[in-house]
Design a binder for this molecule. Structure first.
Ligand SMILES: NC(=O)c1ccc[n+]([C@@H]2O[C@H](COP(=O)([O-])OP(=O)(O)OC[C@H]3O[C@@H](n4cnc5c(N)ncnc54)[C@H](O)[C@@H]3O)[C@@H](O)[C@H]2O)c1
Ligand SMILES: *[C@@H]1O[C@H](CO)[C@@H](O)[C@H](O)[C@H]1NC(C)=O
Ligand SMILES: *[C@@H]1O[C@H](CO)[C@@H](O)[C@H](O)[C@H]1NC(C)=O
Length: 315
């Protein structure tokens, strides 16, 4: 815990305090990195309930983080703005219709917050995260390095944890990233996976039973799907991922993280590892990928760009 003469002064806003937003707030309060946490939601009574409940956490652990309700406009003036707003699926709605509704939620969130403080960092968590990060970026008017999506960060954490268990080493010794478009077309960059620099496949031979790349990917997919099946979301995993990304930014840590950001060669956002710090994306890494991995990335990026074009014309 920070002592009183080291009180944190940064402000973080969470826009959409449903399951994921509330878990993110909880993790942020426990980590004491912000002086103030502003909670925003269109469901005002619900928002106020979350503020009161989470204030008890802040008092209970003497966190130094004050929790309060706020408007979209106040949120836009914070150091970091986390967007976890979303829309529940309605009965009879197709996937495409739901996607369009998710897009309009993002549009209204950004519109209600523009103009942003010129040095605000925006973290998009709402799904479909790469599409919504691209849209938020276009509408926000912020420089591209100040806005990024949680993308495949949680997928990477999950896979790294699974591999670490199998290899019986600590997760932070495993260098392994999931990259690309979050969801069905994300790619594991196996070709550059290492245990502290030693190629992973030497350390954990993929032909040994249960260690095959496809096996490990299946186990990760099952892990995620089985949480969503019973809980409808993955709040604790995502909440702690949000707190970790906010710490990378506010504490200017230089952590290397796969997040979703604008890829000029592809005209849309998807995840690749970058260096995170106080100004957002401090630099890109240029991680080498093999031809197979590159082919999947470029195919799925083309599909995402087509979706973006269709959304623009149907507007
Ligand atoms: N990228 C990832 O890996 C990942 C993981 C988990 C969840 N998510 C995404 O995070 C989002 C939130 O998930 P959840 O389970 O917390 O959903 P949820 O339905 O519990 O919460 C969404 C909240 O957003 C609020 N909201 C709607 N429109 C708003 C607006 N215009 N302004 C402010 N608030 C608004 C709702 O009232 C609700 O409280 C979803 O899009 C989900 O897909 C992403
Ligand atoms: C729309 O958002 C909801 C949650 O807010 C998410 O569960 C769903 O996957 C999204 N739909 C699409 C098509 O991305
Ligand atoms: C990373 O990938 C590139 C391209 O496939 C390859 O040349 C390089 O040897 C890989 N590095 C490691 C450590 O495996």
């Amino acid at each position: 815990m920070l002592d009183s003469n080291m009180k944190p002064t940064s402000r973080i806003a969470i826009v959409g305090v449903g399951q994921v937003g509330a878990a993110a707030a909880y993790a942020l309060i426990l980590s004491s990195i912000a002086g103030e946490l502003l909670l925003v939601d269109v469901r005002v009574d619900w928002r106020d309930g979350q503020v009161r409940d989470l204030s008890d956490v802040a008092y209970g652990i003497n966190s130094g983080t004050r929790v309060r309700a706020a408007t979209h406009r106040e949120a836009s003036q914070c150091d970091v703005v986390v967007i976890t707003a979303g829309s529940r699926w309605s009965i009879g709605e197709t996937n495409i219709q739901h996607m369009h509704r998710n897009v309009s939620v993002m549009r209204s969130v950004i519109k209600a917050m523009t103009p942003f403080r010129s040095d605000a960092i925006v973290l998009v968590v709402s799904n479909p995260v790469d599409l919504l990060t691209s849209i938020a970026q276009e509408l926000s008017g912020l420089p591209r390095f100040q806005i990024f999506g949680s993308g495949t960060f949680l997928d990477s954490v999950r896979l790294r944890g699974l591999v670490a268990d199998k290899a019986q080493v600590a997760a932070d010794a495993i260098h392994l990233s999931v990259v690309g478009i979050h969801g069905d077309s994300q790619v594991v960059a196996w070709s550059n996976a290492t245990v502290n620099g030693v190629p992973l496949d030497k350390f954990l031979p993929p032909d040994a039973s249960g260690f095959g790349h496809a096996d490990l990917e299946d186990q990760c997919r099952f892990h995620a799907e089985s949480i969503v099946q019973v809980k409808g979301s993955t709040p604790f995993g995502m909440g702690s991922a949000v707190a970790s990304l906010c710490a990378s930014v506010l504490l200017n840590r230089g952590d290397v993280r796969p997040v979703s950001y604008f890829q000029p060669d592809f005209g849309c956002c998807f995840s690749l590892p970058v260096v995170l710090g106080r100004k957002g994306i401090m630099r890109t890494i240029g991680m080498p990928l093999d031809d197979h991995e590159k082919a999947i990335l470029s195919r799925s990026a083309t599909k995402l760009r087509e979706t973006m074009d269709r959304i623009k014309t149907s507007q």
